[in-house]
Design a protein around this ligand. Sequence first.
Ligand code: HEM
Length: 342
Amino acid sequence: MNSLLLPTSADRAAVFAAAQGGPPFYDERLKLWVVLDHEQVSELLLDGRLVAPDLDAALQTVERHYGVALPNLRWAAGELPLVLNGERHARVRGDIAKLLSRERKSSGAWRQPVSQIVRSAFAAAGTIEAVTDLLLPIVNVVFDALTQVDAAFAPLTLTRVFDHYASYRHLMAAETGIATLRERLTAAGIPDEAIGTHVATIVLGRDSLLASLSEALIDLAVASRGRRLDQPAAKAPRLFGGVAVGERLVEEAFVFRSAPFAAGQRVRLYFQGYGYREAETERLAMFGAGKHSCLGRALALEVWALLATEIRGVPLTVQSVAFEYVRNSMFTMPKLISLTLG
Ligand code: HEM
């Protein structure tokens, strides 16, 4: 099994089923521990002995290796809660929570435009490319409402900052992307001290939402093949997590289910296993657990509920579904989702 390609591999459901109950294993090629069992992932997230990785140190190594400066990514490393620990993490997390609750109090300026996007995409029979015609516009509208700026970056541009295996080209695109985003936020009048909060919300939320809505749409469309979307379905539409993995660092050595985690080793936790559970409570753990659990969970569930309700009102039959994933080790991000409706 290739741990990096697993998130989008065709046999992933079988791999996660087979890994149930087995101990974590050490991937010699990647030089890290891999945890596939979803219960063990939750246990480790709540246990607190694994800590967030030091992104700034990793970026300094990249800078030395390539002889480049990455000032914007290094700045972001101090703003993204997922790679922070302790007090700094608590402060940054609290600021993002406040930004998200302000949006919720303003009762979702994205709702009406999202409904409109779905209705126009499904207005007539024919083929739609759902990433560009439907899902990206929805994610853009949601994040415009949340952050007051145009943050319409190409999928997987900014989140490469978390990807240990990102190429030089991808890292440089992320560096430019963060610089552009900071400029746009400044130009929109966002005060200096709030720019980090906005950037973190966009970086952590956009790709997560897009990848998850995509997975959920693919599932809904495949289950509806040959049937009218507005006819009762065997199963209620469900959200699927598109955030496939999270990474942590072992701070002090400990043994977990016979796996000897040594200080300084990396651990890759697969969230994807939750998607193959039936119980809704288990599936919700796709949003993580513990100190770094997802702050966008309520918003993501609301966006999906609205999208699913709108789709369930479309009086057209799904004739075919085709999709293809981008090669990425962290998100299950589709390159395209082609839906033909008649
Ligand atoms: C269905 C969509 C989403 C899924 C499946 C998802 C999943 C996750 C997961 C699994 C984590 C924890 C990662 C880890 O522990 O390594 C996380 C963290 C986070 N998510 Fe989400 N997410 C989604 C949407 C969003 C949205 C829309 C936002 C913001 C608007 C958001 C903001 C965050 C933030 C800020 C964190 C980091 C919290 C911290 O480190 O303290 N997410 N998300």
